[in-house]
Design a protein. Structure first.
Length: 322
């Protein structure tokens, strides 16, 4: 696995990193489906062990994934033999409220940070993210949240500060005041405001690291679905309309075949295209792939090379139907 310097953290991380949203299993939050069905604890832990073996040593999780379950599985992997020192460990907070009526309650933030440290069975979290940029009406909770985050760093509970959101424009709204070491935007070949929002320019100018999440659009861009899909309550994918759109799914199957023809010698041509296009011209970027079993780890370990500018532009055009 190719490694890269993770911006001003100066950590060396793999170009493909392991995301554990799916390790939390299905779940509800605020009346919405927020998890993933089809989870198996033993397969997930086997994936963590195999990821370490194959050099995928940046693991990304959150307290909200299964209400701590994903963090607990990582802690168990450390207890059962994966060396903690080998893993650049990231977690997030902000989607759980505890007993508060809003996100980023200061008392709950501290409680949750301590809980994450216990669940992860570690003394320090390498990278701790604001999970989203909703700091209340008129950003009323922002100053206290940032002060808490910096206090955690000063106390040695975390090493680096991260800022995440589904909307890169929201990250830009807070990036100067937070001064994060790492940003984590939603980005894939179709949903892509990373450059137009100004976030890429900021990352490049300030030597930030970046971790792109949901690069496969929850698996839709792989072109693996032959018919509309339905998912049970508690599965986030039940909220995504494209899973029920036969025309979109047919187009993704067509695109899948185009990627295979373009990269016929690659063992994972579609995954190579989707991740390599995001890595192009982004030297401090890693791509987060959900890896819930060893087979998915094998696929992730086969990619990680940035595409050429020509290939990246071609992949974008084909996926967007331009």
């Amino acid at each position: 696995m190719r490694t890269l310097r993770f911006g001003r953290t100066n950590a060396q991380v793999p170009a493909i990193s392991l995301g554990t949203w799916g390790h939390g299993g299905p779940g509800m939050g605020g009346g919405f489906s927020v998890g993933w069905s089809g989870h198996d604890d033993q397969l997930a832990k086997a994936a963590l062990v195999e990821a370490h073996r194959q050099g995928i040593t940046h693991w990304d999780t959150a307290d909200a994934y299964g209400h701590g379950h994903a963090e607990q599985l990582i802690g168990q992997a450390f207890a059962e033999g994966v060396p903690r020192k080998d893993i650049f460990l990231a977690s997030k907070f902000g989607f759980q409220r505890g007993g508060a009526d809003h996100f980023y309650d200061p008392e709950y933030m501290r409680e949750q940070c301590e809980t994450s440290l216990r669940d992860l069975q570690t003394d320090v979290i390498d990278l701790y993210y604001f999970h989203h940029c909703d700091f209340g009406p008129n950003d009323v909770y922002f100053d206290d949240a940032l002060a808490n985050m910096r206090r955690f760093r000063d106390e040695g509970k975390i090493r680096f500060i991260g800022l995440s959101d589904w909307d890169s424009r929201k990250i830009m709204k807070f990036i100067e005041r937070v001064d994060p070491d790492v940003v984590q935007p939603f980005r894939n070949i179709i949903n892509d405001d990373y450059e137009s929002s100004g976030l890429k320019a900021w990352v490049d100018t300030h030597d930030l690291a970046v971790a792109f999440f949901s690069p496969l659009k929850h698996g839709l861009l792989l072109g693996k679905y032959d018919a509309p899909q339905s998912f049970p309550e508690g599965d986030f994918r039940s909220t995504i309309a494209e899973f029920r759109d036969p025309k979109f799914l047919a187009r993704m199957r067509y695109v899948r075949d185009e990627m295979t023809r373009r990269f016929p010698d690659h063992p994972e041509p579609v995954l190579h295209a989707l991740t390599g296009a995001l890595l192009a011209d982004n030297p401090t970027a890693t791509v987060l792939l959900g890896q819930r079993n060893p087979k998915q780890v094998d696929a992730a370990a086969a990619v990680g090379e940035a595409l050429s500018k020509e290939d990246a532009e071609w992949v974008r055009r084909v996926y967007r139907g331009i």
